[in-house]
Design a protein around this ligand. Sequence first.
Ligand SMILES: C[S@@+](CC[C@H](N)C(=O)[O-])C[C@H]1O[C@@H](n2cnc3c(N)ncnc32)[C@H](O)[C@@H]1O
Length: 248
Amino acid sequence: MKTINFLIFAFTRVQHIFYLFIAKLIGKEYQFITPAATYAPWVLDKDFLATYTKVKKNSLLNFYQAWELWTLAANAASKEGNILEVGVWRGSSSIMMGTKLQQLKSTKTIFACDTFEGVVKAGTSEDNYYKGGEHSDTSLQFVKDHVEQTFGLRNVQLLQGIFPDATGHLIENEKFCLCHIDVDAYISAKDILTWLWPRMVIGGVIVFNDYGFPLTKGITLLVNEYLQREDAVRIHNLNGHGIIVKIK
Ligand SMILES: C[S@@+](CC[C@H](N)C(=O)[O-])C[C@H]1O[C@@H](n2cnc3c(N)ncnc32)[C@H](O)[C@@H]1O
């Protein structure tokens, strides 16, 4: 057992050194983060573990990000407004939130928006890696089947097209208490945030999946622009999420 534990430890260290090497090539403000905290409530949540295990082969979420979406969905269940996700890819993040809401018998809808043809509005001076068209290896039909048949969810409504340009008008009268933005590019995320802000309820939470990663510096920049605002609190979660809470 000790040998196995040592081998796992050694493997993860080598993996971390590799990621750190890549990150250092990209910018000085990156380092490998190992929080010393040990509180880990997910180990007792069998539904969470089962859902994440089932979804992860079609997911770009890390384990801790999946846990955060799971718990934020639970928190959203008692608030005013629905849930928005932009950047669905193969559906994993919508499935984590949708499964938790369905388990709680919540009547909320997740509006899950994607081009299903890849990243858009990328390649500006703010984006250091994405050029456009990445993550096109999915389809509306694949996600629909995955969400509705594999996971049995009835609370995810898929909207295909660039958001908000092509599909925002379909939900323009909605209010939102939770939003997950996972779109990789600065202008894409900024346009979504501009559309969303007046529709967020006070206390509403916006999660940016790409905040803490070296290939999506435009998203880090965008979220950091909210540091000085009086109507928002910005949180840097060490799982890589940047979070903005609307406070007035
Ligand atoms: C990194 S993937 C999302 C990963 C997914 N959330 C997960 O957890 O596995 C990014 C997605 O954002 C989509 N996308 C980027 N900008 C968009 C926009 N403005 N409107 C709709 N979809 C967008 C791309 O098509 C792509 O599928």
